[in-house]
Ligand binder design. Structure first.
Ligand code: DGL
Length: 241
């Protein structure tokens, strides 16, 4: 099966990584909009315009399924786009919501982008949910500054706001790359939304693994960041939206 996956930048690769691990018998076409990252502070109108271009590109690549590997698009505009195109489109948040609703947590902390936090997506669906916007994290991750004092300080700032949570959702697909750093400062269990997705997704697994990764801007740093997340053989291609 040919599956399209997209995000604002390299974050959605954490979802692609889970997909490849569970379903290696597929062709994956990824689009990361590294030219326009971050999405977490963009308006709904901007998100609609950008996702429309990406979805049309993925459809032109003959994908049979599109996975929105972006919490910001899923929380803000999924309802508007899910039935708009001639291809099945699934969001990244629903499997996590379903998982949380099956378990009885008192306080669910959500680290997310400002737009996801503002949408109150989790608060409307989960009892005891508290979302906080973490605007510093995506720029640090995209610029390859994961191991830096700034990242440690930002993580501590956000963890302080979620004191007493039973569980923390990494509500932006960029954040799983920070798991080792978050775990230096907190023992609260973390939810990786990509893992929740593959736990419930059912797709064919019949062809050989093929990975094509498109980015709207490519630099040597981006290529290094991409290769740190996706180790398998892949083509990395620059393509303007
Ligand atoms: N990784 C995306 C998300 O899950 C987008 C983050 C951003 O570009 O701000 O929200």
């Amino acid at each position: 099966m040919r599956i399209g996956v997209f995000d604002s930048g390299i974050g959605g690769l954490t979802v692609l990584k889970e997909l490849i691990t569970k379903y290696p018998g597929n062709e994956y076409i990824y689009f990361g909009d590294t030219l326009n990252v971050p999405y977490g502070t963009k308006s709904k109108e901007e998100l609609l315009l950008l996702s429309d271009k990406i979805i049309k590109f993925l459809i032109s690549q003959k994908v049979e399924l599109i996975i929105i590997a972006c919490g910001t698009i899923s929380s803000n505009i999924y309802e508007e786009i899910k039935d708009k195109y001639d291809v099945k489109i699934i969001d990244i948040l629903s499997p996590t919501i379903n998982y949380l609703n099956k378990n009885n947590y008192h306080k669910v902390g959500i680290m997310a982008t400002p737009m996801t936090a503002k949408s109150l997506f989790f608060e409307k669906r989960i009892k005891g949910a508290i979302s906080i916007g973490c605007p510093k994290l995506v720029p640090l991750i995209e610029s390859g500054k994961i191991n830096s004092v700034e990242t440690d300080e930002a993580i501590n700032e956000y963890l302080t706001k979620l004191k007493g949570a039973d569980i923390i959702v990494l509500g932006c697909t960029h954040y799983p790359v920070l798991i080792p750093i978050i775990q230096k400062y907190s023992t609260i269990p973390l939810i990786n939304m990509g893992k929740c997705l593959v736990d419930t997704l059912n797709v064919n697994n019949l062809s050989t693994l093929q990975i094509k990764l498109y980015f709207s801007k490519l630099t040597p740093e981006i290529i290094t960041n991409v290769t740190n997340i996706i180790k398998e053989n892949k083509e990395i291609i620059e393509r303007k939206l």
